[in-house]
Design a protein around this ligand. Sequence first.
Ligand code: AMP
Length: 360
Amino acid sequence: MKLGILGNGQLARMIALAGYPLNVHCVFLDPTSDGCASTLGESIVAPYDDPKGLSQLAQIADYITFEFENVPGQTLEYLSQQMPVHPPAKALLITQDRLGEKQMFNNKGIETAPFAQIDNLTDLQKAIDNIGMPGILKTRRLGYDGKGQAIIRQPSELKDAWQSIGAVPATYEGFVAYNREVSIIAVRAQNGEVRFYPLVENIHRNGILSVSTAQINDPAQQQAEEIAHKVLDSFSDYVGILVIEFFQVGDKLLVNEFAPRVHNSGHWTIEGAATSQFENHLRAVTGMPLGDTNAICPSAMINIIGKVPNTHEILKVPGAHLHLYDKEARAKRKIGHITVCANNAEALSTRIGRINSILH
Ligand code: AMP
């Protein structure tokens, strides 16, 4: 069986690795030839909207999925007319515009931070009057890992913030004084069955995910699952992994955003869960039964950002598993991660501390 993946970065690489034991071969379409998944399967080097490249992919692949959020929605719509494409194009299209995404949440009765549409400095001034400060100005499109964002703490920062994001259509959001950030990883099969992984607590450094820890039996699990069901139900044909990121304030979860794809906060599942998010995504999109989503031990994931660490020291940490993505090291670039497991939460936290001291 052949699975076509739009994108050839580390998420595609980890889906492809999960495909090997199941005899699912991945074929990647990407405008670049040197993505870190390229060595693991056939590659078609073409722009995402190139009809020739897309029909070549459609001829080779039995199913299509994507790893990259900025694949043009029209590409998925075009491929959907010829073959099964999961998750659906409409889910991807919604996540490509922060404003529409937040409006969708509120229309479904799902709470978010207060937000406003910003097209010029006057809108920004009004939003600050209504929502207050501090707040975050975010580009509506193409922002990720803290890019395209500016914090506004006082009125004097307003013009610089607007210029720093390129004076493009944006949203202004009230800054949430959260007690923690969490995410829920859901997977939906072609027969409609939905399974959830344990809630994950996420710690960011400079707007980039740094550490994710699985929260077994977390009190907020049910609330997160209920919200995820509402999101999944808004796409009757959703198949594959869906991840929702939240801010927790007191007992309440406010949604930040969702991702219709495998997600960095789910990398711990490779060694920490009975079935990894990558295998379950692959099972779902190719019509196989879902695997067990339970954690098999207290687990966490620590991102390797910017430079390759002393790998010997990392591998000496008990329960640590190193995943390097074969990417050139560059500032702020995710080039790998470490999954770490332990018998109990205390031992896990000691191991995370040891890994962090090697990395930083
Ligand atoms: P995002 O690109 O929206 O995922 O934002 C990246 C990170 O910036 C989040 O995971 C938070 O750590 C922080 N952040 C984003 N929006 C807010 C907000 N409204 N309030 C507080 N922190 C935020």
